[in-house]
Design a protein around this ligand. Structure first.
Ligand code: GLN
Length: 483
């Protein structure tokens, strides 16, 4: 898709300004229903597009992403643009600088249309936790788009953006991609700089692309990846042109399928997954059953480590340094007048009125788990089990090149179906969180559709690869897609 648009631009069949306008028109038409966008950056987009048109008019060569319109998740800083992370506490926050991934996209000439809706601070699996209201799934407006990068996935699926940036701490790129029928890639931890991403859980967070095709994901990754001095965890490996590895063949590749994984799926989702396994066999891959004995602890490990890191990362939102301060809110609990607040009451009330229920739940869980006397029993222990899970993966990758699993237990669910019970919602993450716990790259690719209540819904499958082996990951995903 990006290549086609690029060709249209260089053949002067369309201008970059006209292309941006086309996408703004699609947003105008569809986004009242879908609500993928929190903010539009029209001036910025048109300025970028005009620059590209100028280059084309002068006969200069343009890069593959130049003039191609996309959307950035609202927890990534874009200089001069409102950046809320879908939280009221950052309602009026204007980012003073660009996230590195954003800066690299701008340098590559990509056109930024706006900022995408998400679950508040990236916590959730449905965008129902956005303080500004949920995004709807373009495939079925009665269903969630997934989360937390639900706005990013919905925008791409609805033709409101060609590419999107998301973040993925436990599945937030891959699960919404699966629900909306698009491609979502979580790179290896360290592959993409996290500088300028509003941190959720720093040892798990990673930025990545959501696109219509695997090739497009490879194009975006090539631009945003690479070492960055502003993020000490970014890997010292230079950016590569990942499209070079899309050879269209998986012959001789070894793909591991985890024993017992498919059993937890519903019948329809299981059938969809089995078709994927069959197809890889037909394409010449060698399928091998593998065991990951400690992955059964992934969910508890994640739901200890993540809230601990959340509670410390979100401590900075206190109504003093950033965003909303409780000055106008009358305190309905203690019933005192706003102007009489002490400093501590200002902190407490800014957080009380600025943060949503799910965010508060995780801050409380994390604060508890980190508190003295509990730290060893929870956080430290979870880190030890994390090492065991990592060893499972190291062992598995001695035998196979890739691991194939479903992305989610089922296709997109309806609004309200899981929001009343946090545990139900957390179970959504069972297949995706392991890649974050151990740091490997993983991608969700649309698989065979699944029928639910007489309607065909997208269902993705997930491939994960060895640390920093995005080459083989993208190659295998691409081979499935084009066959
Ligand atoms: N759904 C997961 C959670 O709620 C993942 C979130 C994410 O990846 N940002 O924590």
């Amino acid at each position: 898709m990006i290549k086609d648009l690029h060709n249209k631009l260089i053949n002067k069949e369309i201008t970059a300004v006209a292309l941006a306008e086309e996408y703004f028109a699609a947003i105008e038409k569809n986004d009242k229903d879908i609500f993928a966008y929190l903010t539009l950056t029209r001036d910025l987009a048109l300025e970028q597009a005009r620059m590209v048109d100028g280059k084309i008019a002068r006969g200069e060569e343009i890069g593959i992403l130049e003039g191609i319109p996309g959307v950035v998740k609202d927890n990534l800083c874009v200089a001069g643009v409102r950046t809320t992370a879908a939280s009221k506490i950052l309602d009026n926050y204007i980012a003073p600088y660009d996230a590195t991934a954003v800066a690299r996209l701008k340098e590559a000439g990509a056109v930024i249309l706006g900022k995408a809706n998400m679950d508040e601070f990236a916590m959730g699996s449905s965008t129902e936790h956005s303080a500004y209201g949920p995004t709807k799934n373009p495939v079925d407006l009665g269903r969630v788009p997934g989360g937390s990068s639900g706005g990013s996935a919905a925008a791409v699926a609805a033709g409101e953006a060609v590419w999107a940036l998301g973040t993925d701490t436990g599945g937030s790129i891959r699960q919404p991609a699966s629900f909306c029928g698009v491609v979502g890639l979580k790179p290896t931890y360290g592959r993409v700089s996290r500088y300028g991403a509003i941190a959720m859980a720093s040892s798990l967070d990673q930025i990545g692309p959501i696109t219509k095709t695997v090739e497009d994901a490879a194009i975006v990754l090539s631009v945003i990846s690479g070492e960055d001095k502003m993020d000490s965890t970014s890997a010292q490996s230079p950016a590569k042109d990942y499209t070079k590895f899309l050879t269209g063949s998986v012959a001789g590749m070894k793909i591991g399928v985890v024993k017992g994984y498919a059993d937890s799926l519903g019948e329809e989702a299981k059938a969809s997954f089995e078709k994927v396994v069959e197809k890889y066999k037909e394409l010449g891959a060698e399928i091998q059953e593998i065991e990951l004995p400690n992955v059964k602890y992934s969910l508890p490990v994640y739901y200890i480590i993540m809230p601990c890191e959340v509670s410390s990362n979100l401590a900075r939102f206190d109504g003093v340094k950033y965003g909303m301060r409780a000055v106008d809110h009358k305190n309905t609990v203690l019933d005192f007048e706003p102007e009489n607040r002490t400093l501590i009451e200002t902190y407490l009330d800014s957080r009380r009125y600025g943060l949503g229920a799910e965010t508060k739940r995780r801050i409380m869980l994390g604060t508890y788990a980190l508190s003295s006397g509990y730290y060893d029993a929870y956080y430290l222990r979870a880190q030890k089990v994390r090492t065991l899970i990592k060893r499972d993966f190291e062992k598995a990758f001695e035998e196979v090149d890739l691991i194939l699993t479903p992305t989610t237990p089922s296709p997109a669910f309806k609004f309200g179906e899981k929001s009343a019970d946090p545990i139900e919602m957390y179970l959504e993450d069972v297949f995706t969180i392991t890649a974050n716990i151990v740091g490997v790259p993983a991608i969700s690719v649309p698989g065979p559709l699944v029928e639910v209540d007489g309607k065909l819904l997208p269902q993705g499958f997930q491939l994960s690869a060895k640390w920093f082996d995005e080459e083989n990951l993208l190659r295998a995903a691409h081979t499935y897609e084009i066959n």
